[in-house]
Design a protein. Sequence first.
Length: 460
Amino acid sequence: MAVAGDRLVVVCSGSNEVQTFTVGADGRLAPRERAGELFRTGMNPYGVAVTRDGARAYVAERLGERVTVLDLDAGPGTERRILVGDESGGPFPATDAEIGEAINFVTAPFTVDGDQTCEHCHRDGGNLAKPVAMPLQADTVWGVRMQMAYRGAADTRPWFFESSMAESNFFPVINEFARKENFCCEQLDPLIWPAYPSVTDCLADPQRDGCNHVLDCEHDPPPECAERRYGSKHLTRNAHFRAAARALFGRDRTFGDALYQEVVADDGSVRREGIALDFDGVTRALGLFLLQEPRLLPNPNAALDLPAARRGRQIYESAETGCNTCHPLPVTAVSTTYNPLGLPLRFPAVVTPRQNPVTGANADLVNPLFIGTFPDTQQDAAGVYFGVPQLRGIWDRASRFLHDGRARSLREALATPGHPALAPGEIGYNETYGMPDTHGATSHLSADDLEDLIAFLLTL
């Protein structure tokens, strides 16, 4: 955002919009434009500068190659964009992976409320210092998960702490952006569809009253759909996604360079064409982006070559401590593409599960819908199994560690209860039901040894 005089300019990077406000003498803000009538910019605006007189704003795009010039006095509709980069390969997005990148950063058009993005929880490919309740956990009050950073995650699949998500399945996340209940012809609205026959009844008797709406809702929706004052104006979720893609990209299919389908012509020839950017297509584009684009940031700690880090590496690689067994270098994760010791992809919990303080039940469990969505999930009477997350890039992650963010420092994540390295007020979480050293053997380490180990981890 930027301020000039009594004018505040706010960039909405997740929707390619800019809104301005008048700042009152008492600090209160009065919007100068309303939702739906805001300034429009190029792809993923990220920075703004305003002239001293407050007449113009210059908005830089993070993903595009242009600067958008806003005439703040004339208002929306007078925007112009100036090329400052290289568009010889075409304007962004120019590839299927770039479509996925755009969806990741400019997700708002695909959401029903127009105000959510993947970036909300995965800032610049990292994560937030805040565990959140996930919709498919068994205990939606006390069961929480941290968000996983996606930088450098291409070779750490399957994803999620449960090590169960492939790059082609983001259903729980994207479903929350645009649930089917918001689209009339998905026939889930409890205020409309109980008055109509079921699909099964209509297939048995298509002439039954109301079955024309049930069997062909997209072309013949019931009148109640137009009267709804909630949800989406689009009748189906796929129609909503394709309309958002057209508005954002000027197309509702991928380019076909990586995401394509083969079509057989009448003469027998085969051609490739891009896939539709519906719910499934958006999911696949996001997965392609995560596999091809995000890289780990350059680590300044690695360039220091500190003696503490060298000592910490020896501790990390020692058989006595066992860090390198489950987090083998250099990937520091066990995945489908990197598993030098042939370990299982998932393990029982290595720290005491989070518990519901009222019932004492295991709050880490996932519900049957999660298991149905991600069939590779392992859960039994002992609890849910977890994968081995990567440690690379941990130096720039949010300071909340373990699957539920209970550890507020690497010391808390590594140390056993009462370890001498713990600072006042810190808790060592390296135990399971009172048994220490279940998350690597660290109880024998001195306080200095543990600090050396942490120094090494911060170089990864």
